[in-house]
Write a protein of this length. Structure first.
Length: 290
């Protein structure tokens, strides 16, 4: 008889553990730092194979956090203003200028395609034709990948809300204040001395709770402001990077194709890698600490 009962108790304990609400952690500077470090570590792992190239090009299109006398938050706030203009602008010339390093090899590719093949090129293609074709296919695949990244950046920007945590704090303020007003309204219409005294005690307890609430909210406000700034910068960066990646995808599609071109496509591929690394630096900048 005891064995079934023990199994039932174990099942009930497991069910309770599964349905128990997750532990709520207080919003503290340490919690924010740990969360940022965890995300930053994950992003670093994805670019580990290109870490050497990143050290040689540790800046993006918008961000360069090396050797700045400003703190990270001060620089993020300053860059945010420029990102806001870029995100709201439809200036195609500015976007094209940020991809000018792709234009040179692309122009050479177009010229090489329209020119007749030299004997040296024909011999090279006879010896390495499959490899050249495979490189062209890889560039075409990169164009599709860039398009997917552009779409992902748009969706990421849409899901980033810099003011979500602030609205939670405002909701806490509104609910507490509304509760106090309801108690005071009830006191005003209560005739029983006993009930009024009970309500007055409840009102005093509520006032103490509100005072403690205000102190708690004031303590977390700097963290909320920092989180809002980082989220806002990341959201704007996603919008700008999405446009840049979409345009780069179009340029890369034009650079793709099989045939006699080899050296220029290799140069274009190197420039494309530099673009991808710069985009990574910009996307990771809001996670930096310092």
């Amino acid at each position: 008889m005891s064995e079934p009962r023990e199994r039932d108790n174990e099942m009930q304990a497991n069910t309770a553990a599964e349905t128990a609400p997750p532990e709520v952690q207080a919003l503290t500077p340490g919690l924010l730092r740990r969360a940022l470090a965890k995300i930053r570590e994950a992003t670093s792992e994805t670019v580990a194979p290109w870490q050497e190239q990143l050290t040689k090009q540790p800046r993006g299109f918008e961000f360069d956090l090396r050797g700045s006398r400003e703190g990270v938050l001060a620089q993020l706030k300053r860059v945010s203003e420029g990102l806001a203009k870029s995100a709201a602008s439809s200036d195609d010339a500015a976007l094209q200028a940020s991809l000018s390093h792709l234009a040179v090899p692309l122009e050479l590719i177009a010229k090489r395609r329209s020119a007749p093949a030299s004997p040296e090129e024909e011999n090279f293609l006879k010896a390495h034709g499959p490899e050249v074709d495979r490189m062209g296919d890889d560039i075409a695949s990169a164009a599709r990948g860039l398009r997917q990244l552009a779409d992902l950046a748009v969706r990421g920007a849409a899901n980033l809300d810099p003011h979500s945590v602030s609205r939670i704090l405002e909701r806490k303020r509104d609910l507490g204040d509304a509760t106090l007003r309801r108690i005071e309204d009830k006191i005003a219409v209560t005739r029983s001395r006993k009930d009024k005294k009970r309500l007055q005690e409840m009102r005093d307890d509520m006032r103490n709770w509100l005072a403690n609430r205000d102190a708690r909210l004031e303590g977390v406000q700097p963290i909320v402001d920092e989180l809002a700034l980082r989220t806002d910068v990341l959201r704007k960066a996603c919008v700008v990077q999405s446009r840049r990646l979409a345009r780069a995808a179009e340029l890369t599609r034009r650079a793709a194709g099989n045939g006699k071109i080899a050296r220029e496509q290799m140069e274009f591929s190197a420039c494309l890698r530099a673009l991808a690394l710069a985009v990574h630096v910009d996307a990771a900048a809001p996670l930096e600490q310092g």
